[in-house]
Every structure is written in structure tokens, then in C-alpha cells.
Design a protein. Structure first.
Length: 346
């Protein structure tokens, strides 16, 4: 089978690999769509912890496909179309028992700690299959749209942490795919106003189409004025920081109103994650400051439901589709910032 293999910083090579055979409890998936994520760009650049040296691993963790072969006793059937919830844990620690596999001490993820979806086939391990990570979807839904259930699930985890409700006034930093998902999810949760802060003009336009009520540059006074216009004179009910920018995390605490919820959705660069924040803003406004990372099966199921049910129309995010042979072009486009989502259809 053809596969994109990581061979060190800057080199993701198309190679011929032996098609894996599922052992007991395992399943083999024919990949129908696998979308490129910011994480894949970091992997390719050589700055992802799980991809040290010349790992020879296949990335790709936003996957939709068809089960084509199963091992004995696998909880999957040949012919079914599935979305792969990529994160799974050891299955026996406290976090796993609570369903928070993303917080497992030994987290595993397809395309991160083992071979992923930028290949014609991907082998799904027994623990992953047994933990219920294969989520079925019916015919008639575009697999490329289904693959986007992964980033949507991550956004959903962050959005839920903000407990957004009816008539809430929300601020979202960043209007990349994740920021746009946050805008849509805030509106679905009942937010009357979603103020978006994004430097890129094209992305600002997209945010308006996704339900933002106003779009701005990172100017604190301008953002505060937008909140006042929406009647939130003392600040926003929720602020999501979906951009890896320290200054935005500081601004989020300023923009949140009394009792406001803040989600640091995006991580900061590893070597620059120690920053100064005014903790009295948290104290005196009784802010709830949260962080979320990755997603669990629960959010993946909910995200898939939102996509299949048409509640979040992700098709407008898919700017281009490529086959494996054109993966170089696909990654160049995804890395250029000119496209929101680029999908590989092996
Ligand atoms: Zn992703
Ligand atoms: Zn665990």
C-alpha cells in the first residue's frame, strides 16, 4: 500500500508499505478521507514530541474510512463506514475509567503514537476497537466532512468547558478552522453575540459567514466597545482563546465579565509557555479559567452527530482535496495559511 512516512524534519515521503493484517480484535480500515491538521504540520516540521528522529511513522489522525478486514473477535464489521475517534488510553487508570482518555498517563492516538491515516489502509489496534473508538456513519455523508469530526470534537470539549448558554456574549480569538467551530458551537449553544478577533482579513470574512456578529483586530478597546454594543458592559460571558498567542490569554482575562468562563484552547509554544497574567482579574471577577486538550469518545460522538445531522456544515471549510501522490502539494497548501482544511483522499 502507499503511505506518507515521516523521515525526519521536512521530509514526509510517499513509500510502499506492506498492507497490515488485523490480528485478534483488530480491524483494517481503507482510508476514504484523512484531513491535514496543524498538528500534522508540526509533525512534518519536526517539532512534535511523539515524532522524534526518523520515526518512520505515518501521521494522520482525522480519519474516515471503511472497514475491509477484521481479526477474530473484533468489535467491527466489514463494510461499515466509520469515523475513528483517535485518542485512547491504557484502559485501566483513573482518567480512563472516567472516560477522559485524553488525560491518560499513557495516552495513545492514531497518527500520533502509532501509524495513522495518510495511507491507503490503517490498522486499528484491539484496545482502540474495544474502547468504542470506531463510530459508524451512514451512506450519503461525505467522508471528508466526517473526518472533520475530530477537530470539531476538540472544539466541542473547549466550548463545553465555557458553559455557554442563551443570550450569552462570547469572544473567540482566532478564526482558523478551530475558531470557526467555536463560533458555530457558541451560536448553537444560544449565544446572541460572538465577537471574533483575527488578524487575517480573509479569515475574518469567513467568521462572519460562520455566525460571528462582529470581527476585529486584536485591539482591546475595540473589542471592549463591541462587547458594550452587545449590552455586555462589564465584559463577556465566555472567552475562547483558539490562537497560540500569550497576549490573547492576557486579554481574555480583561475581556471576561463577572462570573465569566475562559478557555485556553490553544497551547503556547513549549519554550514560551511561562507568561505573566493578572491573577486578581480571576479573583475579583470570579472567573473560571479552563484549559482543554484533544477530545474523548463522548465529544467525538457528539461532533459526528452535529456533522451528519447538518447542524454544523463543515463543507465550506474543505478548500482542497488531493490524492496521496499529490501530498506534497496538499501539505504546501495547508502550510501556506491560504486554505482552512485540506483533505487527502487516498
Ligand atoms: Zn487534528
Ligand atoms: Zn489510562
Amino acid at each position: 500500500m502507499k503511505a506518507l512516512v515521516y523521515r525526519g524534519p521536512g521530509s514526509l515521503l510517499l513509500e510502499e508499505r506492506t498492507r497490515p493484517h488485523p490480528g485478534e480484535g483488530e480491524a483494517l480500515l481503507k482510508v476514504d478521507a484523512s484531513s491535514i491538521c496543524g498538528t500534522d504540520l508540526r509533525i512534518t516540521a519536526g517539532s512534535h514530541r511523539a515524532y522524534a528522529g526518523n520515526s518512520g511513522r505515518i501521521p494522520g489522525h482525522e480519519i474516515a474510512g471503511t472497514v475491509v478486514e477484521t481479526g477474530d473477535g473484533a468489535a467491527a464489521s466489514v463494510g461499515e463506514s466509520v469515523f475513528v475517534a483517535p485518542n485512547y488510553g491504557c484502559g485501566h487508570c483513573r482518567e480512563c475509567h472516567r472516560g477522559q482518555v485524553n488525560l491518560c498517563a499513557e495516552p495513545r492516538a492514531v497518527g500520533i503514537t502509532e501509524d495513522g491515516g495518510f495511507a491507503e489502509y490503517v490498522l486499528l489496534r484491539r484496545d482502540l476497537v474495544d474502547q468504542g473508538n470506531l463510530l459508524r456513519f451512514g451512506d450519503g455523508t461525505d467522508p471528508a466532512a466526517v473526518a472533520l469530526a475530530e477537530p470539531l470534537a476538540c472544539a466541542l470539549r473547549g466550548s463545553r468547558a465555557c458553559r455557554i448558554g442563551d443570550e450569552d456574549v462570547v469572544v473567540v480569538y482566532g478564526a482558523g478552522p478551530i475558531g470557526l467551530f467555536h463560533v458555530a458551537l457558541a451560536r448553537l449553544a444560544g449565544a446572541s453575540t460572538v465577537v471574533v478577533c483575527e488578524p487575517n482579513v480573509d479569515r475574518r470574512q469567513r467568521a462572519l459567514a460562520w455566525g460571528a456578529t462582529s470581527v476585529h483586530d486584536a485591539n482591546l478597546e475595540e473589542l471592549q466597545a463591541a462587547l458594550e454594543d452587545a449590552g455586555a458592559t462589564r465584559g463577556a460571558d465566555a472567552v475562547v482563546v483558539a490562537a497560540p498567542v500569550a497576549a490573547a490569554q492576557g486579554q481574555a482575562l480583561e475581556l471576561a465579565g463577572p462570573g465569566g468562563r475562559v478557555n485556553f484552547f490553544a497551547g503556547l509554544p513549549r519554550d514560551r509557555s511561562r507568561i505573566e497574567l493578572d491573577s486578581n482579574l480571576i479573583h475579583y471577577k470570579e472567573l473560571v479559567v479552563t484549559g482543554t486538550t484533544a477530545s474523548t469518545n463522548d465529544e467525538c460522538r457528539a461532533a459526528l452527530h452535529l456533522i451528519v445531522g447538518g447542524l454544523v456544515d463543515v463543507s465550506s471549510l474543505i478548500d482542497a482535496r488531493f490524492d496521496l501522490a499529490s501530498a506534497g502539494d496538499a501539505f504546501a497548501l495547508a502550510g501556506s495559511g491560504r486554505a482552512l482544511k485540506v483533505v487527502i483522499e487516498p
